[in-house]
Design a protein around this ligand. Structure first.
Ligand code: GUN
Length: 282
């Protein structure tokens, strides 16, 4: 029997816990989001993040900037947010408009306000196996969901498809920290079926709709779909759910899997940064 990894329900539980904890605070955590340009998907994501922040009782502000914004202008906004003691968490929505140096922008964030864990301070600590201030939201959401269903990571063969800084790389470090045996694949990987059929867990963040079909899946494997692909049939993941699900022991749906977990982790990270900063002031 296949069990659906219900990210929506798990995320809702986390959100409700945060809401209860936030109700007891006099001063509320505050998230700032920089949204540069008008990428339609980014606008939807940022809107969802802001709605969730307000539902929990956080304060939040979105700073919309035009598509032709300069690097200097984005950096000025980041410096102001870094200095503002009312702001606890800063998120730069990615991708940034063409011509903007993403590395330069992300590195300008004060690591203690880096809610995505994307600065080299936090990411470097993660890679070294030290504690960052916070862990990147999507990888953290993946591991939290697997933990929620008591899925073992230690000693398991895990295939991660995609080597992005947002998902593939950080999740591979987090899995190794949990004693998983991690194989990384990317679009150049030859004969993907071979590592796929040897995997207990497959995490796909390839960004290709329906790319992983049943032939890539070992009977009883755990399948985590991080893909959010906009197709003519609406939003679909990387996994061909209909063919893959019967072979899997556990599988995430799209939507309702990793997407809501990512937002819940962003909210949890905002709360954690607020608490860390509060301790600095004591
Ligand atoms: N764009 C797609 N995923 C993410 C994410 O996790 N964080 C940010 N800041 N932008 C994204």
């Amino acid at each position: 029997m296949t069990i659906i990894l219900d990210g929506k329900n798990t995320a809702n539980k986390i959100i409700e816990e945060l809401k209860n904890k936030t109700a007891e605070l006099t001063k509320k955590p505050k998230l700032a989001v920089i949204l540069a340009g008008n990428n339609p998907a980014s606008c939807i994501y940022v809107n969802n993040k802001q709605k969730k922040a307000h539902y929990i009782g956080f304060e939040s502000v979105v700073i919309p900037l035009p598509e032709d914004v300069t690097e200097e202008n984005i950096l000025e906004h980041i410096f102001i947010l870094n200095e503002d003691t009312n702001i606890n968490a800063i998120l730069i929505q990615l991708p940034l408009p063409k011509g903007i140096n993403t590395q330069k922008i992300l590195e300008a964030i004060d690591p203690v306000k880096d809610v995505d864990g994307f600065t080299s301070f936090n990411f470097g600590r993660l890679a070294l196996g030290y504690e960052p201030y916070v862990y990147p939201c999507t990888p953290k959401g993946i591991i939290r969901l697997l933990d929620e269903y008591n899925i073992t990571l230690a000693g398991q063969n895990v295939l991660v498809i995609g080597r992005s800084n947002i998902v593939g790389k950080p999740v591979s470090f987090m899995l190794q920290q949990r004693n998983a045996t991690v194989t990384m694949a990317n679009s150049y990987t030859k004969n993907l079926k071979e590592p796929a059929l040897n995997s207990d867990i497959i995490i796909s963040a390839a960004g290709k709709a329906g790319f992983i079909t049943s032939e890539f899946i070992r009977e009883g494997a755990v399948i985590v779909d991080v893909g959010i692909n906009r197709t003519q049939n609406g939003i679909t993941g990387d996994i061909d759910f209909i063919s893959a699900a019967p072979k899997a022991s556990y599988i995430t749906p799209v939507p309702g899997g990793i997407g809501p977990m990512t937002i819940a982790m962003l909210m949890e990270n905002t709360y954690q940064l607020f608490e860390i900063q509060r301790k600095f002031l004591i």
